[in-house]
Design a protein around this ligand. Structure first.
Ligand code: FAD
Length: 420
């Protein structure tokens, strides 16, 4: 006997968003899910990733929390990059009954492996770079790959990151630009930094005029013999290189990174020169106008960085992407028997997630305005720096770090039932 036809879903991109979506959607028996990833094997170029309560909540729902271990972020110092003076200390309880994992920074590969282990075998097709998409009337979406093969899917999830081809197809007027802001990132054995005072004892931010340095554990010392440590150097005034602006995970020389922090505290310069030549990776950040709409064609949804290029703001983008995938799964499950199930599901996804991103952008606008006001009034660097740190730490961000995506869904259902 032939059963009802399955709805086919093509996920484009196997980052945290695509993998999280693949896990959530593969649990729905009425869907046939395929993920297309352009890399020929799992690859994760970044260094560390911060995971807070919002992340654990969605990872728990995806059954992927267990393997993700990292270093605690319970003690974080903000410092003047030139003098090392401590300007702020944030201390959080490491863990609690309600939050057993606490706030950690983990190697990005740990998150990736945990998610990959939950994706059913055969679902991911590597080496499949999507180069174009076409809305085929009455049929779904045709995906064309670089290797000149094609696939048709009823629903497409654009999880292909900030330079998303899916977004460019739906919204061709949306243009990204290089922000001038580059992150140089590396993981280094902690033992190689142990001789430098104050470098490995806390998570720390060292703030300068045209850049900052971030240092953090990324390993759980109880399970790792030779734990690694992350150094990220952010420089805000990187020149644009004609014809080559998408530096993403490309090697950078020690000289290049060192030149961005020449006037910083000796401890920072020592930490940076402890890195073996060839290990730094450079990531150029891009930004674009926010999208008011993250679905289109009644068949396509954008998730994660494809829908909201936040350039690392809030340090929680991987979680936002996984939350998107989980909500999309709930919406498809709910509307399964509706007369136009996909259209309704995408409508719900849009209704829940777009206002959430709007709130984030509003928060960033508020910070920008506040910073500009403070900078207009101050001339002394110490005052400017304190203002910068205050605005960096500014405002109630519980709507991000405490977000409970399951509750968000339950609240949506409750509001629907009462007709709110
Ligand atoms: C400097 C920096 C620091 C950050 N720190 C943090 C942090 O601490 N915590 C955190 O949560 N987030 C952090 N982020 C943000 C986080 O990295 C992203 O938000 C997150 O990776 C987004 O996940 P994604 O799945 O949407 O996209 P991505 O991770 O970009 O994944 C996209 C995937 O799609 C694939 N792909 C792209 N194009 C195609 C195509 N045409 N066809 C097929 N496959 C394709 C790519 O190979 C990739 O695997 C940071 C970002 C930056 C820039």
């Amino acid at each position: 006997m032939v059963g009802p036809a399955l709805t086919s879903v093509a996920i484009v991109g196997g980052g945290p968003g695509g993998l999280g979506t693949a896990i959530a959607l593969s649990e729905l028996p009425f869907l046939k899910v395929t993920l297309y990833e352009k890399n020929t094997e799992p690859r994760e170029a970044g260094a560390g990733i911060s995971l807070s309560r919002n992340a654990w909540r969605v990872l728990d729902l995806l059954g992927a929390s267990n393997g993700v271990k990292g270093g605690s972020k319970s003690n974080t110092h903000q410092r003047n990059a030139y003098t090392g003076k401590i300007l702020n200390i944030t201390q959080h309880p490491e863990t609690s009954a309600a939050d057993p994992h606490g706030s950690i920074r983990a190697r990005r590969t740990r998150l990736q492996s945990a998610l990959l282990s939950r994706v059913p075998e055969g679902l991911i097709h590597f080496g499949k770079k999507v180069v174009s998409l076409e809305n085929v009337s009455g049929q779904g979406v045709r995906l064309v790959f670089q290797d000149q093969t094609e696939a048709i899917a009823d629903i497409v999830v654009g999880a292909d990151g900030i330079h998303s081809v899916v977004r460019r197809t739906l919204f061709p007027d949306h243009q990204l630009h290089f922000t001038g802001n580059t992150a140089f990132r590396v993981l280094i054995p902690k033992s190689r930094l142990a001789h430098i005072p104050d470098i490995t004892t806390t998570t720390s931010w060292w703030w300068g005029e045209a850049g900052h340095v971030y240092l953090s554990d990324v390993d759980d010392e109880e399970e790792t013999e030779d734990p690694f440590f992350e150094i990220t150097v952010r420089f805000y005034c990187e020149p644009e290189v004609p014809g080559k602006t998408v530096f993403w995970g490309v090697p950078a020389s020690n000289e290049k990174v060192g030149s961005r922090v020449e006037t910083f505290d000796q401890r920072i310069r020592d930490a940076i020169s402890a890195v073996t030549e060839g290990e730094w990776r450079e990531f150029a950040t891009f930004a674009g106008p926010r999208l008011n709409k993250i679905t289109d064609w009644n068949k396509v949804a954008l998730i994660g960085d494809a829908s909201h290029p936040l350039s690392g703001a809030f340090g929680s983008g991987a979680t936002f992407a996984m939350e998107d995938g989980w909500i999309l799964a709930r919406a498809l499950e709910l509307t399964r028997f509706a007369s136009r199930p996909t259209r309704d599901a995408l409508g719900i996804f849009e209704q829940i997630r777009s206002p959430y991103y709007a709130k984030m952008y509003q928060h960033l606008d508020d910070i920008r305005d506040k910073t500009q006001r403070l900078l207009a009034e101050a001339t002394d660097f110490d005052v400017i720096l304190q203002a910068k740190i205050d605005t960096f730490l500014y405002g109630d961000k519980d709507f991000i770090y405490q977000n409970d995506i399951k509750k968000v869904w339950e609240d949506y259902l409750a509001a629907e039932q009462t007709g709110l």
